[in-house]
Design a protein around this ligand. Structure first.
Ligand SMILES: *Cc1c(COP(=O)(O)O)cnc(C)c1O
Length: 364
């Protein structure tokens, strides 16, 4: 079997050692004679696994006391709804840095007033709005929270400095969750669909501050309340058992690697390799994101024509380099260098990009 070099945007590459471990214990979880997907979520074996996964996430992110880690379903898209349904009383402020940020505000607007605090739409979301010199943006009165999208999967930008507000800060970290250390105490609510960086599609990790929880609405159905998931330890109903189990394996893999500091160093090196090919290409590859806003997870670029981009993707696929096409909404090219994408994968891609340029630059 030849494994592909997977640069897919999500679902995306998973660590090979984790895939192997999952495969190896799939028929018999810890001597139970049953698969993890065949045992009760109320069983001690399951409960122990979920608690350990939760603890590993707390350890990796050094989450301070006063926060809960939850496992929920419905994807990032469901969180676009739930954060507003639970916490939008007067008005919610949104920083619009791309497609997912736009969707978050659009979904929230069903539950109350929302407004755009800042946006990078004027330059096709190629940057993260600069924090004003005063230190932060001025909010409208009675703003309940500010929502940001930390890594913009489609446009390839990422926040490298976080603003502070007098109101709670909510963050969609779906596409860079556990890719680098983050000071969780900056945030009141963090959510991350796991299928970009840390697991299979079907589970969202939510990190919520207890203080925030006290403001949550309680006049909505229990399943829609974060409170329920806190009180019932994410097992109010059947949780996405396999996803949490898989995520647990990824968390252990990260710990063995040396934690998020080590992962961050590797991610910088990997993305740096691809960005340097772009920067040294004399404009053959045109990076979309401004240098100060570049994402380490999703690298976006354009070439001279859509035809050349299509040819590039087709030629890459022949070399087993998968997933280099841009999102259907923006075109161009995008390579995703999530945690599980290896340095070797990136070296193969960088060489391919250089070779492709040499073969085509003279003709264009
Ligand atoms: C993929 C993605 C989403 C949507 O996730 P779903 O699980 O498909 O609903 C939301 N936000 C960001 C930043 C994403 O990358």
């Amino acid at each position: 079997m030849t494994r592909a070099h997977i640069f897919n945007p999500g679902p995306a590459a998973m660590p090979l050692p984790v895939l192997k471990e999952v495969q190896q214990e799939f028929l018999d979880y810890k001597g139970t004679g049953m698969s993890i997907v065949e045992i009760s979520h109320r069983s001690p074996e399951y409960q122990e696994m979920q608690t350990e996964t939760e603890q590993d996430i707390k350890d990796l992110l050094k989450i301070p006391d006063g926060y809960h880690v939850l496992f929920m379903q419905g994807g990032g898209s469901m969180q676009f709804i739930l954060h507003a349904q639970n916490f939008l009383i007067h008005r919610g402020a949104y920083i619009n840095t791309g497609s997912w940020a736009t969707k978050a505000e659009a979904a929230a607007s069903f539950y109350g007033e929302t407004y755009e605090l800042a946006s990078s739409k004027d330059d096709n979301f190629s940057y993260i709005p600069e924090i004003p010199a005063s230190g932060t943006w001025v909010l409208k009165p009675d703003t309940d929270y500010v929502h940001i999208t930390v890594n913009n999967t489609i446009h390839g930008t990422e926040w490298w400095q976080f603003p502070h507000f007098d109101v709670p800060l909510f963050a969609d970290m779906s596409s860079d969750f556990l890719s680098r250390p983050v000071d969780v105490s900056n945030f009141d609510l963090i959510y991350a669909g796991i299928q970009k960086n840390v697991g299979p599609a079907g589970c969202v990790v939510v990190i919520i501050k207890d203080e925030l929880l006290r403001r949550a609405r309680t006049d909505i159905a229990p399943y829609l309340q974060y409170k329920t998931f806190v009180e019932k330890d994410s097992t109010y109903n059947t949780p996405p058992v396999f996803n949490i189990y898989f995520l647990g394996k990824v968390a252990k893999w990260l710990k063995n690697l040396g934690g998020l500091d080590a992962m961050y160093e590797i991610n910088k090196e990997k993305a740096g390799l691809i960005y340097s090919v772009i920067d040294e290409s004399d404009g053959f590859y045109k990076g979309h994101a401004r240098p100060g806003s570049r994402s380490l997870m999703n690298i976006t670029f354009n070439m001279a024509t859509p035809e050349l981009e299509a040819d590039f993707a087709a030629e890459a696929a022949k070399q087993n380099l998968i997933g280099v096409k841009g999102h259907r909404s923006v075109g161009g090219c995008r390579v995703s260098t999530y945690n599980a994408v290896t340095m070797d994968d990136c070296k193969v891609l960088a060489k391919f990009m250089r070779d492709y340029q040499h073969a085509h630059a003279s003709r264009s």
